[in-house]
Design a protein around this ligand. Structure first.
Ligand SMILES: Nc1ncnc2c1ncn2[C@@H]1O[C@H](COP(=O)(O)OP(=O)(O)OP(=O)(O)O)[C@@H](O)[C@H]1O
Ligand SMILES: [Mg+2]
Length: 243
């Protein structure tokens, strides 16, 4: 897919979360967004997902300009699979119901077809034995896999992940990251915000470094991680890779 931003700004109160961000990301399958806390990563992701509207600027996805009318945004949101930090499943629904419900209620899939989709995906992602458990009865890694299955069940144009493993312990993190790497292997388009530099480097073909509301570096991941240029990126990588 392709992404072009031109003069995108977003302010919360007096705080400028994104400052006239302009860039063109060439054709990619997997885009990683990295950077220090508070830099604007989630804000950019939410704008791309149609969950937040910038005050100014233009955004094109695959050459198509994004409109910020309510009608466009609603259809846009439905066409994208989003996975945020852990704990975003409905707690009172079983794993199966968590996936079936949006398919039926939001996407108008007939119930029988929705159950078939769940059976196939749960089987493929080793969740069959957990279909009737509620989130509280699942491990963090299993919950996050259900959330990812829910995102891919709708056959999204592309998938967006915002720190999908930040609430998980290292073993669960590896489980979920393997799962996301498999999705990439299947040829799905991904945009992922992650604090895991090893993962970003391994799984993405392009990477953006965002700090202080600006994209300070954009490049092919292999290049950006082996030869970072912007002093803040050099400092950031040295800091996060220290331990
Ligand atoms: N809804 C909001 N209301 C007020 N301020 C906000 C809101 N969302 C984000 N901000 C502010 O905008 C800035 C950028 O936030 P954002 O969540 O995009 O950062 P981030 O790069 O995702 O950080 P982290 O790595 O900690 O998740 C922060 O200073 C944050 O406090
Ligand atoms: Mg964030």
């Amino acid at each position: 897919m392709r992404l072009e931003l031109s003069g995108i700004s977003k302010t919360f109160g007096a705080h400028r979360a994104l400052r006239e961000v302009s860039l063109a990301v060439p054709e990619f399958q997997s885009l990683a967004i990295i950077g220090p806390s508070g830099g604007g990563k989630t804000t950019l992701l939410r704008i791309i997902a149609g969950l937040e509207t910038p005050e100014a600027g233009l955004l094109c996805i695959d050459g198509q300009p994004m409109s910020f009318s309510q009608e466009f945004l609603l259809a846009h949101r439905r066409s994208i699979g989003t996975v945020f930090q852990a704990y975003n499943l409905f707690p009172h629904l079983t794993a199966r119901e968590n996936v079936v419900l949006p398919l039926v209620k939001v996407h108008g899939v007939p119930a029988s077809a929705a159950h078939e989709i769940v059976d196939t995906l749960f089987e493929r992602f080793q969740l069959s034995g957990h279909a009737d458990q509620r989130p509280a009865e699942l491990s963090g890694g299993q919950q996050q896999r259900v959330a990812i299955v829910r995102a891919i069940a709708i056959k999204p144009r592309f998938l967006i992940f915002d720190e999908p493993t930040s609430a998980l312990d290292p073993e669960m993190t590896a489980e979920v990251l393997d799962f996301i790497a498999d999705l990439r292997g299947e040829g799905r388009d991904l945009i992922i915000v992650t604090h895991n530099m090893g993962f970003a480097r391994q799984v993405s073909d392009h990477c953006l470094f965002i700090a202080e509301g600006r994209v300070l570096e954009s490049g092919c991941s292999a290049e950006l991680f082996s030869r970072p240029r912007h002093p803040l990126l050099v400092k950031f990588l040295a800091k996060v890779l220290r331990y």
